[in-house]
Every structure is written in C-alpha cells, then in structure tokens.
Design a protein around this ligand. Sequence first.
Ligand code: BGC
Length: 367
Amino acid sequence: MSVDLRQISLDVIRAGQADSGAYVASPTFSQYGYSWLRDGSWIAQAMDTVGEHDSATAFHRWAGRTLLHYADQIEALLVKMQQGEIPAETDYLPTRFTVNGRLGRDEWPDFQLDGYGAWLWTLVQHCRQVTPALWPEVRPAVALLVRYIAALWPLPNYDCWEEYRDRVHTATLAALYGGLRAVRDYDPALVPDELPEALRQYVLAQGLHPSGGLSKFIPPDAAPGRAVDASLLWAAVPYGLVAIDDPIFRVTLAQIERELHVPGGGVYRYRDDTYFGGGEWPLLAAWQGRVLVKLGRLDEARRLRDWVAAQATPAGHLPEQVDHHLLDGSYYEGWVEKWGTSACPLLWSHAMYLILDAAIQEKEGER
Ligand code: BGC
C-alpha cells in the first residue's frame, strides 16, 4: 500500500504543478484551484525529500517571481504603516495566487502571514541543500518579504486555517520565526539581528497557556475548545521556536495527543472546528507522526502513517479531511451544499504523507 501511495502521491503532485511552477491546492475542489504559499511550500519540501528537485526549484522560482510582481504594492503598504495609517484589507499580500501569480477574482480571507514564513523556511532548505544557485535569483524577493514581515508580524491576521482575523496566532508566529531565522542563518545581511528573537520572546511571554503549553491564540483564550491547535506542532518541528524536548513543547504535544488525536485515528485541527463538521486531517496526522519520529516513537509514527494511507480513496487520493468522527456533524451538509465534498486529492496531504514516509525510512536506515 505505502509503495503505491508514494507513487500516486508523486503523480498527483506532478499533475498539479502548472507550467509556471505553482502547485494547485486541489485540482478538483471548487475553491482550491489556486496556489497557496503554505501548501506549496510543503509540497515543494516533499518533492525535495523524494529527490524531485526540479519540481521544487520551479515552485520556489515561481514564488519569488510572484512576490516581486507585487513589489510596488508592498512598498506602498510599508509607507502607509510608517505614516501610522491603517492599511485596507486589499493592501496586504494575499494568501493564494492563481497559478500565474495573479490575484484571485473572488473574495478570500487573505491577510495571512504564516505561508510566507513557510516559504522562507522551505526555500532556505532548498537553496542550502540542493540549489545554492537559486539564492541570488530569489534574494530580492526574500529581502522584500523580510521587510514586509518585520512591519506586520505583531498584527492580528487570519490563522493557517483562514479563521480568526482579529487574533494573533502562535503557529503563525512560529512559522515567521522559523522563516526569518533560516534566512538569518543563511544570509545574515537580510534579517535584522534582533528580529527573530523578538518574535520568539513575544511568544514565550504572551503565548503560554496556564497549563504551561503553547496557546492557539495570543493572548490565550479561556474557552477550552480553543486552547490548543494541532498547528502548534510546527513550533518545534520544523520551526524550532521551542526545542522538541522543551517542557513547553512536551506539554503542548501531550495536549494535542489528548485532545486532538483520535485513538487509532487521525488528528483534528482544534476542538471547536466546524469546517465540514470538523473531521480528522491526514496532513496533521502525518505532522504528528513526523514529530514522533524525531522523538524516537517510531511505532506510533508508523501507525499514523498507516492511518493516513488507509484514508486514500481506491484511486489512491488523499483528502483534506475525513468524516469518521466529526466534532460537530450538524455542520457537514451545509459545507457540502456550499462547496461540494471535502477536497480530494489535496496535494498538501500527499506531500505530508511523503515527508512522514521518508522520515520513517530514514530513521529505520539509522538502526
Ligand atoms: C485550509 C488552509 C489551506 C487551504 C488550501 C484551507 O481550508 O484551512 O490551511 O492552505 O485550505 O489547501
């Protein structure tokens, strides 16, 4: 099963990459015919993981080009910010672009920053390990983006699930920290010395839940259903805002395992999730597996990989979420009527499967 799914995942991703280099989020779902920086970055990372470097290079090149296309818009936004003006929603960079790098035609919860952090982090890995020659080409886009992030990071913006516009999100700050830190280590001149650490200190000072773990929101939300979010896994892996063995992360992981991981099953985004009734997300199960590989909990990681694989359709397609144990099934039909059934195949799900599978194989090889 896993051998086939690996091949099918590659095929799905290849088929979903446009000539421009952009990856479509899902080729069949009504709303996902766009390229998200967040999804795309992890898809490119997966392609690097399995040795499909040209595909990853093409994506990063597309992303760099696309950002530079919006340079005037970014500069205008930065001037507004310096003058103390409140930007309009359309002044920010979007979260998704058409595969040709242009803005979508329909309205979308666009002001999201985490995808830009993901791009910086994955781009640096790609340039460091695979294609150093790409760096000079993308460097102007990176420099621009670092200035954009430096000005905007403290502002509330939509989270990685495109919700809660009025809140600050720990996982978003973790992605920005990881991206900035990676650039700073690779090309120090591009990132002010104190910037990544300022983000980290802000999270440690404001983003801890009374339990001692990281909080979904900053400031923390008292409602129990909103205390923790599976995207907080990113804070340790890969972004390193906290070390994987830091007590803060241990508490966070324990909470995710207790409240969001269905025993023998997948992983919810957060307890109050109602999107398509709030199902388990294969890509989050894979992410948790990846964390467990790093912790040496290989058997559990394998079980998560097998669970992800078992969610594939007979054609081998992985969905965005599955509906075996919905958190609130009363929301399910409404979403299906609005947009059709949950996105499938979702390229990001396939990407995370490949990443987990490779991590497990690598660990097995070390033994
Ligand atoms: C998810 C995002 C994702 C987008 C495209 C949304 O429903 O919340 O995290 O980037 O779909 O896959």
